[in-house]
Design a protein around this ligand. Sequence first.
Ligand code: NAD
Length: 488
Amino acid sequence: MSNIREIRNFIDGAYVDGAAPHFDDIDPATGELIGRVHAADRAQVDMAVQAAKRALTGPWGSMSVEQRSQLLVALADGVNKRFDEFLAAEIADTGKPKSLASHIDIPRGAENFKVFAEMLKAYPSEAFQQDTPDGKGAVNYSIRKPRGVIGVICPWNLPLLLMTWKVGPALACGNTVVVKPSEETPATAALLGEVMNDVGIPKGVYNVVHGFGPDAAGQFLTEHPDVDGITFTGETRTGEAIMSAAAQGVRPVSMELGGKNAGLIFADCDIEKAFEGTMRSVFANCGQVCLSTERLYVERSIFDQFVEGLADRARKLTPGDPYGDGTSLGPLISREHRDKVLSYYDKAKSEGADIICGGGIPEVPDGYGDGCWIEPTIWTGLSENAAPVREEIFGPCAHITPFDDEEEAVAMANDTQYGLATAIWTENLSRAHRVGSAVDVGITWVNSWFLRDLRTPFGGSGRSGIGREGGQHAFEFYSETRNICIKL
Ligand code: NAD
């Protein structure tokens, strides 16, 4: 029992025991109990929001841009200094391979502070000279103010990375935050509180409340009248509930939601690059990435070659010890999520899919049998209306459909209510431009996937979200523009 972590709320610069019933933190790689999470009740969520509100007018509120920027750089350095602790906490909560978490989750979790620290100093305002009837004129210019207290609601798939992607720009703009991490992955958000204190972020600027969503900390936070804006990443249905809560008081929302993304593989692609990129876009993080391509469309002349080649590579993915050098596949986040993904595996079978590889639960090394493991799975032969082709599964699986020409490929890619991302594989430059602008998504990658420049807009259309985060687009959400008109 001594290895069981106590994960507490972080309110007004101090760790606070939960007043709501504790809940278990489970390692999804082993199924073992690794922590006890202190859930916040409504009164504690209120304490966190009031601390954040007070902090707006304290030393934080009077800091210069330069001082805030320096503190954000210090936060990035602070995370990097304790890299191994963040890495261990993230791996324990998610079971993801060290090779992934040490290259993506933790470095990006830190980088998110640095990039907004730099952008903050370069953020321009606008000015207009105005003619007036008396001939003397007026000058208009805009200034930016923080929105106030931002409620930050996060998912479990890239816990630190997706949280600091919001907290970084929110703090850059001078807001204060109350973070509600996913109940599945509370550890790194809690640990970040120590770094906040170490680098001198004033108390109350960063707060963390733990708990579930409905009728719990998540809902208490989004319903709180003193929360001035809500940024959310998670499922589309949850986004709808949060938008309803935000309607009370007309609070702005930023929504990064689900996806059912297409990968388009043309016969004129470099097929080795397409294999390598598609392996990542389907199986990275065990398919638990909003940008994953669960629908693949492959030009008919290379269809059989591509299906077999991808399946050969998928069969080689190795589950097991997250710290093992040979481990290339992590578990799903929970038993509940595995049941959901397996229900799609069953649906694919019952709807007559050809199961090219996978479809069940894999053999795993001793000690991992109680983990949430699942086989990488590829199907062909389903109709475009089948549930596994239409609905977001969020697992290591994809359905592959052949196409005959570019027009058909684009039509099938766009036949979805989501609109987050597309990956296109072609060596034809004109086709890349044509298809890149014809697909209805927020982000298109050509001959790559998840290649991120953090200054660029990130977000989806349709049911994949509202608004763009990233670069100056994030500042649009996390601050409010005001115009000042001076009559000369
Ligand atoms: P989820 O919607 O189940 O939960 C996300 C967060 O919302 C959790 O912290 C949860 O406790 C909270 N929550 C749930 N109900 C709530 C309510 N009524 N009020 C307030 N908070 C509530 O999502 P998840 O399962 O954690 O994450 C997976 C989903 O996230 C997938 O759909 C994936 O596509 C999406 N996602 C999107 C992006 C993106 O950038 N578009 C990135 C990552 C994940």
